[in-house]
Design a protein around this ligand. Structure first.
Ligand code: ACO
Length: 327
């Protein structure tokens, strides 16, 4: 019926830069290990007073400015996050609605971990494609630095904090959201998990000091899964959109590890100049990673109107998603 196009984009990251050398002062690691195993050189980390909605607010303001829309015009706010300001309620969407002044908007948070961008883009686009809404604000934000054990070198060096927002409006035929796929392999739920703080093991004084409130990751298992799924899922989404990988101008993968990205790039036969990578500056920002990379490439003049883009995310769940869009 209708097409959901990207009318504006904006991002925000914390000011504080933490380099590999900074981590090497705190845990038994090295710049060389992190760089060669992951591709990460530095990441941004929130200070104690900054929460997800603070980054989300800045990113959303920038996206609204880019789209030249007033907050009052937004009809729906969708926030992809697994690190909301408050663990149960209210939603980040509610906090944003008030702070931005989106007087007409309803909204909700969506939890899909590092697959957050693809899941929320697919979801938000539906409301435009079925004619229900015309102006939707989509915000992807995560502050995983707050949920990791800063003494666990297996995890702490990988993640960074960030937010990125998109304004979706009705687009001309052939532009914007073209196809999506989503998937889950819940049998791998224990491979990437925060065990306490939810209804299974609420935080009590007794278990507060346990490491269970931090990210646990079986790195090797997630790596194996990611290498397989990134190629497969991207191929499926491109096929669903009616294209082949040769038609794709840019591939924007979830920024978790350059070795995972390289494997997908080879399988899909994408030339390196088609693949957008900024992991070296931000690490893994979870749901924000793909739109943060899209935003940078767009502002650098690399992505221009009409560019055909494939994205692919994977993460806890285990979950995955791939999307094809025309800018
Ligand atoms: N510095 C130095 N050594 C380290 C570090 C570090 N920061 N981290 C782990 N090591 C050590 C381990 O202790 C282990 O030592 P051991 O062999 O003596 O036990 C060794 O390095 C592990 O080496 P490898 O297994 O060869 O490391 P690998 O090549 O698997 O790389 C990594 C590890 C980077 C974690 C990789 O497995 C990975 O990227 N996995 C995927 C992670 C991912 O993408 N997660 C995010 C998903 S998204 C979401 O939803 C949150």
């Amino acid at each position: 019926l209708f097409q959901a196009g990207i009318a504006g984009i904006g991002s925000a990251v914390p000011e504080r830069v933490m380099t590999n050398a900074d981590w090497a002062k705190l845990v038994d690691t090295s710049d060389e290990w992190i760089r060669t195993r992951t591709g990460i050189e530095e990441r941004r980390i929130c200070d104690a007073n900054t929460a997800a909605s603070d980054l989300a607010f800045l990113a959303a303001q920038r996206a609204l400015q880019d789209a030249r829309l007033a907050p009052e015009e937004i009809e729906l706010i969708v926030v992809a996050t697994t690190t909301p300001d408050y663990p149960v309620f209210p939603s980040v969407a509610a906090l944003l609605q008030n702070r931005l002044g989106c007087a007409q908007a309803g909204g909700f948070d969506l939890s899909a971990a590092c697959s957050g961008f693809g899941y929320s883009f697919y979801t938000a686009a539906q409301f435009i494609e079925n004619g229900e809404f015309q102006k939707v604000l989509l915000v992807c934000v995560d502050t995983l630095s707050k949920n990791m054990d800063h003494t666990d070198r297996n995890v702490c060096v990988l993640f960074g904090d960030g937010a990125s927002a998109l304004v979706l409006t009705r687009a001309e035929a052939g532009y914007g959201h073209l196809a999506s796929i989503i998937g889950l392999r819940g049998s791998g739920a224990n491979e990437l998990i925060i065990k306490s703080g939810g209804s299974r093991a609420p935080l009590t004084e007794a278990n507060f000091s346990s490491k269970d409130r931090f990210i646990y990751m079986d790195g090797k298992a997630v790596f194996k899964f990611a290498v397989q799924i990134m190629g497969e899922a991207t191929e499926q989404a491109i096929h669903k959109a009616g294209f082949t990988s040769k038609d794709i101008d840019f591939f924007v993968p979830h920024q978790a590890n350059t070795r995972i990205i390289d494997a997908a790039m080879k399988r899909l036969d994408f030339a390196p100049e088609k693949v957008i990578v900024n992991i070296q500056k931000y690490g893994n920002t979870s749901s924000a990673s793909i739109p943060l990379a899209l935003d940078e490439a767009y502002r650098a003049g690399k992505i221009k109107k009409g560019a055909l883009i494939a994205t692919c995310g994977f993460g806890a769940g285990l979950s995955w998603t791939a999307n094809v869009l025309r800018w």
